[in-house]
Write a protein that binds this ligand. Structure first.
Ligand SMILES: Cc1cc2nc3c(=O)[nH]c(=O)nc-3n(C[C@H](O)[C@H](O)[C@H](O)COP(=O)(O)O)c2cc1C
Length: 356
């Protein structure tokens, strides 16, 4: 396949980006994708700064090439939580804690960041590619670029893509509504920003001169070929890599990914307080009855941390956050390197076939 501008900027041989997935990506996953010629990405949003440094060193032991480290831009208000709302949410969670013998419902605490310190480590370690979710602070973009990094961020609307271009990012990730995980929406209403990949990618491609990578619902060579036809310079896949043995998700979560159909994937705020796409389960259905009492991100995620840890311990998929996109029905267990190669080879075969 001819190299696109995005591939040249990223220094990759295949038009495949394994999505950063906080809590799911590992140096082994990132290294395997990089070794195959794609771009491996580590979701470092919830990783402490010094641990991020250790992850970077572990990735560098597995690849001498390009790789991506990803952070959440703190677009949330650092307001202390209203004690009455916290107490109301604790009361809702208490019976679930009792059922799973998870102990007391904790008070919300810090979960992500601190962003400035995380960023400092990425700069000190001269990470080749940095991607952001929830916007792109122009100051950070400029410093990273001066240090030689390629900077990317997610857009869920044309307006966000234009804002990211103005902020100076090198590559825009067009995240369609099908995408698993948190919506990258940072400007405007999140429900109005649920635009499908097929509609979003060409509109962003036409609106900006910055290279675009497509994300959301891409699971195989057909999907990769489709987004390349829409003008994307590469495809970013998250859900497809959840079926790989190199990630760090629990066996219960991986089993759910391998058996779920598209109808089970839904966008919800109940796990974290921010809209994110995941698999419906008992926790989601229960908390959906209390939408008005949900705490803002990241407090809702944090107050749920003990129940989540206990559900992981018990391998209880009824209470786990299981981010996954609408393509989940196509997930197949496969090693990450083999998946990366197959995606690129099958995309090429599809394009050749269409060319006749
Ligand atoms: C389990 C999971 C965790 C994710 N975590 C992050 C993250 O930490 N940072 C980020 O930029 N995107 C994250 N995403 C979103 C991906 O970058 C990407 O937009 C999405 O996976 C693409 O859609 P797909 O899942 O249909 O392939 C996550 C997605 C999943 C499935």
């Amino acid at each position: 396949m001819k190299k696109t501008r995005a591939m040249e900027l990223l220094g990759i041989e295949l038009p495949i980006v394994q999505a950063p997935m906080a809590g799911a990506t590992t140096p082994a996953l990132v290294g395997a994708v990089c070794a195959a010629g794609g771009l491996g990405s580590f979701g470092a949003a919830a990783t402490a700064p010094e641990r991020i440094r250790a992850v970077i060193h572990a990735v560098r032991q597995r690849t001498t090439g390009s790789f991506n480290m990803n952070l959440f831009v703190p677009d949330w208000e650092p307001v202390p939580d209203d004690p009455a709302r916290v107490a109301a949410m604790q009361a809702i969670l208490a019976p679930l804690h009792a059922e799973l013998e998870a102990g007391e419902v904790p008070a919300p605490g810090a979960l992500f960041g601190p962003f400035d310190k995380q960023l400092e480590v990425l700069m000190e370690e001269q990470v080749p590619v940095v991607s952001f979710h929830f916007g792109a602070p122009p100051g950070a973009v400029a410093v990273l670029k001066r240090g030689g990094a390629v900077v990317m961020s997610s857009a869920t609307t044309v307006a966000e893509a234009v804002a990211l271009e103005e902020a100076g990012v090198d590559i825009i990730i067009a995240q369609g509504a099908e995408a698993g995980g948190h919506r990258g929406t940072f400007a405007g209403d999140w429900q109005q920003s649920l635009i499908g990949t097929l509609a979003l990618v060409p509109q962003i491609v036409d609106a900006v001169s910055t290279p675009v990578i497509a994300a959301g619902g891409i699971m195989d060579g057909r999907g990769v070929a489709a987004v390349m036809a829409l003008g994307a310079g590469a495809a970013q896949l998250g859900t497809a890599y959840l079926a790989c043995p190199e990630n760090s998700i629990s066996p219960a979560y991986r089993a759910a990914v391998l058996t779920a159909n598209a109808e089970r994937s839904t966008v919800t705020k109940v796990f974290s307080g921010k809209p994110a796409r995941g698999l419906r389960n008992r926790y989601l259905d229960t908390l959906s009855q209390h939408e008005d009492t949900l705490l803002p991100f990241p407090s809702q995620y944090s107050i749920y941390r003990r129940l989540r840890a206990r559900a992981t311990e018990l391998e209880d998929s009824d209470f786990l956050p299981m981010w996954a996109g609408q393509g989940v029905g196509l997930a197949k267990e496969e090693a990450a390197g083999a998946l990366t190669n197959r995606l690129a080879a099958d995309a090429q075969a599809v394009l050749d076939k269409l060319r006749g």
